[in-house]
Design a protein around this ligand. Structure first.
Ligand SMILES: Nc1ncnc2c1ncn2[C@@H]1O[C@H](COP(=O)(O)OP(=O)(O)OP(=O)(O)O)[C@@H](O)[C@H]1O
Ligand SMILES: [Mg+2]
Length: 601
């Protein structure tokens, strides 16, 4: 019954430059391909940068040999102009590369985010219950960012850096191949400690990110749940835990600072050693007259210019690996198939009153059996009340009707047709529901009510609010119907929230109504009033009411008692009382607790 996340299924794997490329990443390539024009421009700009960098390294030779050594006045005019041209080309290239690459990256992010949201929004409730909200959010916010940086490093920066390295190496070899070969042996050794430090930095920064994420979760929990912290007098305890977390973060950060602070001097020192070697060897060649001062200086400049692209290339594989694992997480979701699907040939569902039947329905969450062999029948326009102990499976049963979950055995029928034969959207259009947890969105009160019927007129909204006895308290807000739920903060009481939810369900005006403890947070007086409104509403609608307070369901056409997932009794209030079974037991318990007649009150 779970949505299938294709984690372990066979994947076609190709190898490209030692990097694993899976068939499923083709989706990513198709996103990249959509931008191929801009990518080619970005690549052209990259080549401009590397050509300019190479030219810069090369130009040092004529500058020194022609101007300073040979005192060539013509060169004095020409070379500065050339330098200006080179810098202009480099500047234009940099701008173009940055612009086009980021454009492509942002475009990919946007498309992936939209694909993800489009996919996630259509997945079944089971998926949302299994995945943590925070995890899903980080797919849409963080993982796509990692992908963007992979695309920009992998595609153009690598082109720029590789061609720069090739260009500069060619210049070095051309200037003095003996010195070049020596440098290719000595310099990597000099850069080595820097790479080692770089790896350490990465490890520490991952630790910092984790500690930071932990800190965020902690803050969220202790602020959101502050009422409980106070009620249990745990302020000092939470403070201690927080101080402990900031201390850990501090230690990690300082470790990072030490490595970071070390890496620059270490790099300079070892780089200095390498350069000292080049100076010693090159100098001796210049003195021996085997090479010119200009050649030597150009050589030295090229070696210095090589540092940056080599460093970036060495990180390439790393960023591609990180990017591909983010791609995996993203495509795991994009490729997830919802288990609640429309039939091949959907049957039409008229917007009239319906009868509703459960035939031998069983249901389990994974291997936790909740409903067993449930048979129920509600005639058009009648009210079925479900009662029973907490955890008996009442909400679960109600959740099966709009196909939030599919039955694992038996079937649910509307007008004699299995609900799986209708289009899911058509089915849900027939059902208005007030869930056990009142969930409102951070929009205006008006928008929250109109959620049940987006085109509702102002008069309809007010009428629904009045019927749910919400109108008066809404007018009590400073901005009335224009108040945003978020502005109220925690101000709405449980009962007020429930009444807004009832108004939202009322305005939907659907032939099947499900009320799961819709009035549980109201006091008896308010409940009695809202109950009247609900009873008006129930007229002509097939209704399932779930209630703990038996007083609210005494008028139901039929009452079913659920115990541990089984229907143990059905009947009317009177017949069940007379039967002296489960219902009688529940009733007398409530009667004893309240000390007055619980039903028909
Ligand atoms: N998403 C879920 N995944 C796994 N088990 C669940 C899930 N939702 C509910 N259950 C389990 O199913 C059983 C029935 O839960 P359900 O919410 O249907 O009970 P209920 O009769 O509505 O109880 P209450 O009167 O307290 O609302 C419980 O044992 C509960 O732990
Ligand atoms: Mg429930």
């Amino acid at each position: 019954m779970r949505d299938a996340v294709p984690q372990n299924r066979e994947r076609k794997v190709n190898h490209f430059l030692g990097i694993k490329i899976e068939a499923r990443h083709r989706n990513l390539f198709s996103l990249i391909k959509k931008n191929s024009g801009r990518l080619i421009l970005a690549a052209g700009c990259s080549l401009m940068i590397s050509a300019a960098t190479t030219a810069m390294g090369y130009l040092i030779k004529p500058v020194i040999d022609d101007i300073f050594v040979n005192r060539n006045t013509q060169g004095l005019l020409l070379l500065p102009l050339l330098v200006i041209a080179v810098f202009l080309v480099k500047g234009l290239g940099s701008y173009g590369q940055e612009y086009f690459m980021n454009y492509v990256g942002e475009d990919i992010i946007r498309r992936l985010r939209n694909q993800l949201y489009d996919r996630i929004q259509d997945l079944s409730l089971a998926f949302f219950q299994k995945e943590r909200t925070g995890t899903l959010m980080s797919r849409i916010t963080n993982d796509v960012n990692v992908l963007k940086s992979m695309v920009s490093t992998a595609v153009t920066s690598s082109l720029r850096d590789a061609s720069t390295v090739i260009g500069l190496s060619a210049v070095i070899l051309y200037q003095n191949w003996r010195m070049a070969i020596l440098a290719f042996i000595v310099l990597p050794a000099a850069f080595w400690p820097v790479f080692v430090l770089g790896r350490k930095v990465r490890r520490v920064s991952t630790g910092c990110q984790q500690a930071m994420a932990e800190l965020n979760t902690f803050l969220h929990e202790t602020f959101a749940g502050n009422k409980i912290v106070k009620a249990f007098g745990m302020e000092a305890h939470e403070k201690r835990r927080f101080f402990e977390k900031t201390r850990r973060l501090f230690n990690l950060e300082i470790k990072g600072v030490i490595i970071q602070a070390l890496s620059s001097p270490v790099m300079e020192f070892f780089g200095g050693l390498g350069i000292a070697f080049v100076i010693w060897y090159g100098g001796s060649e210049v003195i021996a007259g085997k090479t010119t001062a200009g050649t030597f200086m150009s050589f030295l400049a090229c070696v210095l210019l090589l540092y940056d692209p080599v460093k970036k290339l060495s990180r390439l594989n790393n960023s591609i690996q990180r990017g591909l694992s983010a791609a995996d997480r993203v495509f795991d979701i994009i490729e997830t198939a919802s288990d609640i699907t429309d039939p091949q040939v959907p049957l039409p569902l008229e917007n009239t009153s319906h009868d509703l039947r459960f035939e031998k329905v069983s249901f389990s969450y994974g291997d936790h059996d909740v409903l067993k062999n449930v048979d129920l029948c509600v005639n058009p326009g009648e009210v079925l009340a479900l009662v029973g102990m907490s955890g008996g499976g009442k909400s679960t049963l109600a959740n099966l009707i709009p196909r939030f979950y599919d039955v694992t055995g038996g079937s649910i029928l509307i007008d004699g047709t299995d609900i799986r034969q209708f289009r899911v959207a058509d089915l849900r259009k027939q059902i208005a529901i007030v869930t056990q947890e009142p969930i409102l969105f951070n929009e205006t009160v008006r928008d929250n009510i109109a959620y049940g019927h987006i085109q509702a007129t102002e008069a309809q909204i007010v009428a629904a609010a009045e019927a749910a006895f919400a109108h008066d308290f809404i007018l009590g807000f400073e901005k009335g119907y224009d108040t945003r739920i978020g502005e109220l903060g925690g101000r709405l009481s449980g009962g007020e929230k429930q009444r807004l939810c009832i108004a939202r369900a009322l305005i939907k005006d659907a032939p099947i109504l499900i009320l799961d403890e819709a009035t549980a947070s109201l006091d008896s007086e308010a409940e009695a009033v809202v109950q009247k409104a609900l009873e008006n509403l129930m007229h002509g609608r097939t209704t399932i009411v779930i209630a703990h307070r038996l007083s609210t369901i005494a008028n139901a056409d039929q009452i079913a008692v659920i115990v541990a997932g089984r229907i143990v009794e059905t009947g009317t209030h009177e017949s069940l009382l007379a039967q002296g079974g489960e219902y009688h037991k529940l009733y007398t318990m409530q009667y004893a607790a309240s000390g007055k007649t619980a039903a028909k009150g």
